[in-house]
Design a protein around this ligand. Sequence first.
Ligand SMILES: [Zn+2]
Length: 225
Amino acid sequence: MNRNYHAYCAMLLAFVLILVMCSQIFNGGDVFADTEKSVYLTFDDGPSDRVTPKILDVLKEENVKATFFIVGTAAESRRYLLEREIAEGHTVAVHSYSHKYGHIYASPENLIDDIDKCNKIIKEVTGSYTNVYRFPGGSYGLSDKLVSAVKAHGMKCVDWNASVCDAEYYSAPPEILYKSAIDTSKGRDTVVLLAHDSTTKTTTAKALKNIIRYFKEQKYAFKTF
Ligand SMILES: [Zn+2]
């Protein structure tokens, strides 16, 4: 009887210990989750003389890094901006050489040529090719044939799950872009935020500081591809 009682106590103690350990692991997991939120700031269609430097200035002031999905025809005469992006720790990635949907999406061959042409400029400026790619317009709704050709070419395709909506509005007030960034990213632990640094997107540069501060307040880590 006495021995059974001791055995029972030992089992109970072991059970309590396991419960305590589990709760510690669980709490640890929770704490980890709080610091795990990530935001990827992404800018398409640049570089432009008018907007890209302003975007870079804000990123520098806020000390965060971003990914620039460039257009080759815009970059050819603005290599200094790619050089600045790289020097300041950002990622330069392929968006398109021509950005002409009718041509690039006409066949997998056209699409791969377009990617390679853009990547050649990146290689010339940065010293290496990138495998990071964003389809003009995103991969949504594209044929499997096109998407699988790009993947077979070794490219990592990056879409987005949130947006400042600066493509939808022409010269929208910065407050509208800020609100769009928040509304579309709400509840996501990993945010890939779409924005543009092409020449007409002056209000995107104006909205950026507050957008960055919002994600900092929400304890997101800023990451690049
Ligand atoms: Zn684009």
